[in-house]
Design a protein around this ligand. Sequence first.
Ligand code: HEM
Length: 304
Amino acid sequence: MENLLNQLKTKLQASGQDPENYLKGLQHNRAINYWEYVQVDTLLSLQNPRTNFKDETIFIVYHQITELVLGLIKHELEQLCNDDLSTELFTEKINRMIRYTDLLISSFSIMNKGMSYEDYNQFRLSLSPASGFQSAQFRFIELMCTDIDLLIHPHFRKNLKEDSTLKEKFSFVYWQEAGYNREADTKTKTLSDFEKKYLDSFIALAEKMKVNNLRQKYQNHLVQTEPNLKEELLKSLRAFDVKYNIEWPMVHLETARTYLKAKGETKTATGGSSWEKYLHPEFQRRIYFPELWSEEEMANWGKE
Ligand code: HEM
């Protein structure tokens, strides 16, 4: 105990704090409790349905759960990209990202099976032009995982020049296909509102990630590491690429089909995209680590 107190005293003095006042302050601290620590009341006050349909609450909460999980993936990526981790820890953090993505994949049945088809197709009408497409965390994650050039559809990569600016690159990024009509040079409100709010921060992040996104960082690890650790790392990267860029998009697309394509008619999405084509991983060709896949695997990417 005395040893512990001495260590605390040294630590506090090193940062210019008075140990005696600090300990007196501790005496007055209220005991922590679960509900304040987890902020339960705040969490449960964040759902504001726009209609009286009961299942809209499920829709909002599940989107919020997803944003929290995406926040966890981003939390790991911030360390993977910015810190100097050992290869073991680097791989462990990618494995965490895999577990979080597994959670997103396995829980998506809450959407696909867990809402009334009729209610969903009523309350969604009041949500337009909002769309999950406007999730910024989803885009932050991809910018931290790979190079911006790889987020441009292969078909458009020929438009890139040596000196293309990031702004020019973002005008070809794959997600423009959800709402940019190039012939008419018009954008859906979903897309233009999204860019107005976030494009500057996407450009800033892409700039920051040029040299230390996950793709760049793992390549540095490969140079240094021993064969068995290298193998584990590559296995984890491949698993994450498939789960995040094929399996999760597929359960999401299946859900869109359940609600927007059942009963013989294809409904317009709230974000206004040609959604069945756009959302398919085979069309998007989002592959974070292309060098880890054979030509054949790439050619079959996302094929059902
Ligand atoms: C009934 C459930 C859902 C349906 C029918 C649905 C439908 C759609 C559709 C049609 C799009 C294409 C954009 C548009 O035109 O609106 C889209 C995009 C998107 N949605 Fe959902 N969605 C559902 C649930 C979710 C959930 C729970 C999330 C979690 C945040 C989510 C996240 C996204 C994301 C990130 C995109 C953009 C994907 C990309 O650009 O590759 N969606 N969704």
